[in-house]
Each structure stands twice: as C-alpha cells, then as structure tokens.
Design a protein around this ligand. Structure first.
Ligand code: HEM
Length: 183
C-alpha cells in the first residue's frame, strides 16, 4: 500500500505508545526504510507486518489494532492535507458513505497505482444502513469498522457498527449494519 498508509500506522503507534516502542515494532516488522514516502507504493506485506508486530509486541488483538488504526486514519488524513477531499465527499454521513468510491477514484488520479476498495450502501431507514465493503486484500474488515467510527466522530454523530460477516463466501467482501444518530 502507499507510504501514506504506512506513515499513518507509524504515527498511530507513536501517538499511543511512544517513539521507542515504534522502533521496536519497526524492527520486528523488518521495516528497513528510514522513513516512508507518502506517494510511493510499497508491498502490502509491510503494512500487514507492522500490524502483526504491533499486535505481538503490545499484546493487543490485531483486529483491535486495525480498528483503532482505521479510526485514526480519518484524523490523520485531515492533518496530512486531505481534509478538502473529505469535505468534498459529502456534507452528511449518508452522502459521504455513498461517495466513497468516487472519493477513491479521485485519489487514484494522483496515486496512480492505487488498488482502491469499493463500497455499496443500502438505506434501511433514516438511521440504518446495510453497508458492503469489497477489496482484493484480505483481513481488513475491522479497519473498515474503525474508519466508520472515525467518520462518526468527524460528523459529530453516534455510529454503531456491526460487522455481519462475509458476503456470499467471498473472502474479501464484508457486510455491516450501521446505525447512526445525532448526539
Ligand atoms: C481523504 C481521505 C482518504 C485518503 C487520502 C485515502 C487514501 C487511501 C490510500 C492511499 C489507500 C491505499 C490503497 C493502495 O495503496 O492501493 C487507501 C486504502 C483504503 N481506504 Fe482510503 N482514503 C481516504 C479515506 C477513506 C475512507 C473515509 C474510507 C472509509 C471507508 C476508506 C477506506 C479504505 C480502505 C478500506 C482501504 C484499504 C484497501 C483495501 O481494502 O484494499 N478510505 N485509501
């Protein structure tokens, strides 16, 4: 994945556990780069290794790490200069969810090697969505839970996300039930 993602993972660890802990996790994950370059595509293995090494060193379930990381990603992308993209993607939480594919298409104009995920949103009532996540990468279902919670924070609303499981036994497609309401 792009260096921007690995940089966010690094920041997330440093913010929660300090720079020295990051150095240990980085070494255990066999990351050799001095620093990640945001616009450079790295093998996915690097991102997965960071999550795995963080989980092992901190004794935290990898799914919980991914969820925390997803939540942090929203904050991170805002301070890293992508706030305008988030603003463009929708004024309300439902608009935003329906615009995620457009947003990643837009991002792919500058991140030309992007392999973006895809989402589908079905309104059940004015507080509930069925939400689909499709990827060609395994293991990131909980990352999406964190992203949705981070978006809730950004919109100042309560978001409750229930990961229902895989879709039609497709390994990297997941469905969620999202309930949201204003605070
Ligand atoms: C302005 C904000 C955002 C930027 C700049 C951004 C950019 C990116 C980038 C660079 C990647 C790595 C993909 C690759 O290297 O091939 C990625 C992956 C991903 N993004 Fe976004 N993204 C943003 C917001 C979001 C939001 C709000 C969601 C909410 C659901 C989201 C969901 C994902 C997921 C799930 C992946 C993992 C890739 C996969 O499943 O295959 N992103 N994004």
């Amino acid at each position: 994945m792009y260096g921007l993602v690995n940089k966010a993972a690094q920041d997330f660890v440093i913010k929660g556990h300090g720079y020295d802990v990051w150095q240990i996790i980085k070494e255990n994950a066999k990351v050799e780069e001095e620093a990640f370059v945001s616009m450079q595509a790295y093998p996915d293995e690097i991102t997965y290794n960071i999550v795995g090494a963080a989980s092992e060193h901190l004794g935290i379930d990898a799914g919980d790490i991914l969820e925390g990381f997803g939540e942090y990603w929203i904050e991170f992308s805002m301070v890293e200069g992508y706030a305008h993209l988030l603003d463009l993607a929708g004024r309300s939480f439902p608009d935003f969810l329906n615009n995620l594919d457009n947003m990643h298409s837009h991002i792919a104009q500058s991140f030309t090697e992007l392999r973006p995920p895809s989402f589908y949103c079905e309104e059940i009532d004015d507080e509930t969505f069925r939400f689909e996540y499709h990827s060609d990468r395994p293991g990131l279902a909980r990352f999406v839970v964190g992203l949705l919670k981070g978006l809730g924070k950004r919109f100042g609303i309560e978001v409750d996300v229930n990961h229902l499981g895989n879709i039609e036994e497709k390994e990297n497609s997941h469905e969620y039930l999202i309930k949201y309401h204003s605070k």
